[in-house]
Design a protein around this ligand. Structure first.
Ligand SMILES: [Fe+2]
Length: 318
């Protein structure tokens, strides 16, 4: 199975301040070169007897394969990023920039500064959609790799010298400025729309607890920081609790095996957050029991471990 070449996406004669000679050379030598390397490496890998080949040989081929594959993908995105008038992006992108960067101008300043920073060096500046959080980030990708896992780049600025030296010599800044004047925002918007349809990584699901409401540790911390009235209960099993020395600051420990003895002491008009060690069955069962008794109880996602993982305060317990 061979990787197929993609035709040049932008129309080189329409570009503003970037010559057809530059685009030709870039497409034929660098993009074409990456694709040819990728196919040659793929062939070598297919021929390799992985049972007997030394590990370093396989590792080197795999590294080269990733570099060539990413170079191919990013060059295709680069040529698809060009061909517009570079003026203000459409409303949908403007509002995404406002939410994730503060403003279009702030996004632009950061993106261009990242390009300037790579002048005299090499790498890619990418505007990337992160499905996990449903947000945009600017990222640097050196060695044609280092792209954010599971994310979708929608705009690519090539900062390898071959991308500009024919027209701009060593003047990387002038090249970055010219790139900005040629961004095809309509195509970026279309790609962003596709990227937004990419599903986030699947969350943890505990079907045995149905739609039992959980609350993230960040939200619990915000409630406590704001001085909101909330009853936080550490319901880690006794044997676990007794062999650790710390407890979440602001939490009270109660033995989950003896819930009938302590649940009556809780206030019905104040929300309850209960958690166990990792947020699985103990904390969930406890929240379900308290809800059955009429309390506004939720379990804390990820339990005590998650509280520590966000850097939440803890104290020693007796
Ligand atoms: Fe390139």
């Amino acid at each position: 199975m061979r990787y197929k070449l993609a035709p040049l996406y932008c129309r080189p004669w329409t570009l503003n301040g970037m010559s057809t000679r530059l685009i030709d050379s870039h497409y034929e030598n660098n993009y074409g070169g990456a694709l040819r390397r990728l196919n040659a490496i793929t062939e070598q890998l297919e021929r390799l007897d992985v049972a007997t080949a030394p590990g370093y040989q396989l590792a080197a081929l795999k590294r080269d394969e990733l570099t060539a594959l990413n170079s191919t993908l990013l060059h295709e995105l680069y040529f698809a990023s060009l061909g517009g008038d570079g003026r203000e992006p459409p409303e949908a992108i403007q509002s995404a920039f406002a939410r994730d960067f503060g403003s279009y101008q702030r996004w632009k300043d950061e993106f261009m500064a990242m390009g300037y920073a790579l002048g005299g060096g090499s790498g890619w500046v990418l505007l990337t959609w992160v499905p996990r959080d449903g947000r945009l980030v600017n990222q640097l990708a050196a060695e044609h790799t280092q792209a954010a896992a599971g994310a979708v780049p929608v705009l690519a600025l090539d900062m390898y010298e071959h991308a500009y030296h024919i027209d701009f010599g060593a003047n990387a800044r002038a090249y970055v400025d010219a790139f900005m004047r040629n961004i095809d925002w309509q195509s970026v918007q279309a790609r962003l729309q596709d990227a937004r349809a990419t599903a986030a990584p699947r969350p943890l699901v505990q079907p045995e607890f149905g739609d039992l409401p959980g609350v993230g540790p960040e939200e619990v911390k915000a409630m406590l920081d704001a001085g909101q009235a909330v009853q936080v209960i550490d319901a880690r099993p006794r044997h676990y609790f007794s062999r650790t020395s710390e407890i979440m600051d602001g939490a009270v420990w109660h033995d989950p095996e003896r819930v009938s003895e302590w649940s009556g002491s809780l206030k019905k008009d104040e929300p309850v957050v209960v958690f166990c060690v990792w947020g699985f069955h103990v904390g969930c069962r406890m929240a379900a029991t308290l809800r059955d008794q009429g309390y506004d109880a939720r379990y804390m996602l990820g339990g005590h471990s998650a509280w520590k993982a966000i850097g939440g305060a803890t104290k020693m317990h007796a």
